[in-house]
Design a protein around this ligand. Structure first.
Ligand SMILES: Cc1cc2nc3c(=O)[nH]c(=O)nc-3n(C[C@H](O)[C@H](O)[C@H](O)COP(=O)(O)OP(=O)(O)OC[C@H]3O[C@@H](n4cnc5c(N)ncnc54)[C@H](O)[C@@H]3O)c2cc1C
Length: 384
C-alpha cells in the first residue's frame, strides 16, 4: 500500500457502517482521503451475522489498507462432506477458511479513528452537484463531500434516491440460521462437523454447517462456534409474512434477528428438521435457542456510478449466499475504488467511470452464478 500525496485531501461520505462501509473507509483512508461513515443503527453492529467464508478479496482489502489480521484469523476446514439421513454420502477434499462476521467487523472498526463512524445517523435525502454530493440525515445534519458511497445494503436508501423503485426480488426461500458453542456439541456432531464443511441437499432445502471463531475471536478447540444455515422454501405472501411477524407482534420485511422468532415457528422448524434432516443436523436445530432468519433475494443495479455517487456491496448487487462471496464482493468493490481513485488523481469522474465498468461486470457475473446455484440447490422450490 502506498499513500498518495494530494494537495488537499478529498472527502468521502459513506452511508452504511456494516462490512461494505468499513471496507470503503479503510481503503479510502489508505489513499489519503478523509472519510466519514454514517450508520443508521445507534447500536454496535457486532452481534449481527454468523459466519462467512473467507474470500481473497477480504484479505486483499485488509492488506491494501494496512489492517493487520491476526494469525489464525479464521477456522480452516479440509473436507466438504455430504450427508443424508443415514450418514455420509460422499467426501470431497476442498480446504477453505471460515471467519466470524463480528470478528471481521471488529477488526476494521478498531482500525479506524473512533470519530470516523457516526452511529444513529439515517440518510434521508441526497442532492447532486457536478463535483459534489450533499447528504441529509434524519437528525437534520447535512454533509457535503467529493464522493458519496452508498454501502447501505440490499434496501439501500442511496439507491432509492438514485434509482427510484429499484428493489430486490424475493427468491422464494429463506435462510434459517443458528450459532452454537463448539463446547455444546455432542460426540456425533464433533466427529462429523468439526473442521468440515457439511451439507445435506434435498428437494426444496439445503442444510450446511461450518465452524467459525468464538465470540471473542478464539480459534482454539472447544472455544469456537458452529454456524448452521438451513435454506428452506417459503412461499411469498401470507406464509412468508406470518413467519416474519416476530414474537412481539412486530412485522419484519427481510429478516428476523436472534430472539425474535415466535416459539411456534421455532417448534415447527424443529419438527421439520426431525422429519427432513440427518439426525446430527436435526439435533443442532433443536438445541439452538435463538435461530434467526434472512430472506434470499436477488438484485442487480443497472450501473454503480451516478456522477459523484456510487453504490457498492449489497446496495449494488445482492449475490445469493451460496456464492459465499458477499463480503468478498464488498471488499473487492472498496479496494478497486481506492485503487482507481489513487491512479486517477484529480480525474475523479474518469476514475469512477473505469471503476464502474470493471466492478459492474464482475458483480453481475457473480449474481448470475448465485441464481443458477440457488436454482440447482433448491430444485423445485417446494417446502421441505
Ligand atoms: C444467509 C446469508 C449468508 C451469507 N453468507 C456469506 C458468506 O458466507 N460469505 C460472504 O462473503 N457473504 C455472505 N453473505 C453476504 C454478506 O453478509 C454481505 O454481502 C456483506 O456483509 C456486505 O454487506 P453490505 O455492507 O453491503 O450491506 P449490509 O451488511 O446490509 O449493511 C448495510 C448497512 O447500512 C445501514 N443503512 C441502511 N440504510 C441506511 C440509511 N438510510 N442511513 C444510514 N445507514 C443505513 C444498515 O443499518 C446496515 O448496517 C451472506 C448473506 C446472507 C443473507
Amino acid at each position: 500500500m502506498t499513500t498518495m500525496p494530494t494537495s488537499k485531501p478529498y472527502r468521502a461520505v459513506v452511508i452504511g457502517g456494516s462490512l461494505g462501509g468499513l471496507f470503503t473507509a479503510i481503503c479510502l483512508r489508505a489513499i489519503g482521503w478523509d472519510v466519514d461513515v454514517f450508520e443508521r443503527s445507534p447500536q454496535q453492529l457486532d452481534s449481527r451475522g454468523g459466519g462467512l467464508v473467507l474470500q481473497p478479496g477480504v484479505l486483499d482489502a485488509l492488506d491494501f489498507a494496512g489492517v493487520a489480521h491476526p494469525p489464525g484469523f479464521g477456522v480452516p476446514s479440509k473436507d466438504r462432506i455430504f450427508l443424508d439421513r443415514d450418514g455420509v454420502l460422499r467426501c470431497i477434499y476442498m480446504p477453505q477458511t471460515q471467519i466470524a462476521w463480528n470478528g471481521l467487523y471488529a477488526l476494521m472498526k478498531g482500525a479506524l479513528d473512533p470519530g470516523v463512524i457516526h452511529a444513529g445517523e439515517e440518510l434521508v435525502a441526497l442532492a447532486r452537484e457536478a463535483d459534489h454530493m450533499t447528504a441529509r440525515f434524519a437528525s437534520g445534519r447535512t454533509e457535503r463531500a467529493d464522493l458519496l458511497v452508498g454501502a447501505d445494503g440490499p434496501l439501500s436508501t442511496v439507491r432509492q434516491a438514485l434509482l427510484p423503485g429499484d428493489v430486490p426480488a424475493y427468491a422464494g426461500y429463506v435462510a434459517w440460521r443458528g450459532v452454537l458453542p463448539e463446547a455444546a456439541l455432542d460426540a456425533r456432531a464433533r466427529s462429523l462437523l468439526v473442521e468440515t464443511f457439511a451439507f445435506q441437499d434435498g428437494p426444496g432445502h439445503q442444510m450446511l454447517t461450518y465452524l467459525i471463531p468464538g465470540e471473542d475471536g478464539s480459534v482454539r478447540h472447544n472455544e469456537r462456534r458452529l454456524n448452521w444455515v438451513w435454506y428452506r422454501a417459503l412461499p411469498a405472501g401470507e406464509p412468508l409474512a406470518a413467519v416474519l411477524l416476530d414474537r412481539h407482534g412486530r412485522q419484519h420485511t427481510h429478516s428476523l434477528p436472534p430472539g425474535a422468532v415466535k416459539d411456534a415457528d421455532a417448534q415447527a422448524l424443529q419438527l421439520a428438521a426431525a422429519d427432513n434432516l440427518a439426525p446430527v443436523f436435526a439435533a443442532l436445530v433443536k438445541s439452538t435457542p435463538d435461530p434467526f432468519l434472512q430472506l434470499i433475494q436477488d438484485y442487480a443495479a443497472p450501473r454503480m456510478r451516478f456522477g459523484r455517487a456510487v453504490l457498492l456491496g449489497d446496495a449494488a448487487f445482492v449475490a445469493r449466499p451460496h456464492t459465499g462471496a458477499g463480503a468478498g464482493k464488498a471488499a473487492a468493490n472498496a479496494v478497486a475504488l481506492a485503487r482507481a481513485l489513487q491512479a486517477g488523481g484529480d480525474r475523479i469522474h474518469d476514475a469512477l467511470a473505469l471503476w464502474d465498468r470493471s466492478q459492474w461486470a464482475a458483480d453481475k457475473r457473480l449474481a448470475e452464478w448465485g441464481i443458477s446455484l440457488g436454482r440447482r440447490i433448491m430444485g423445485l422450490v417446494q417446502p421441505a
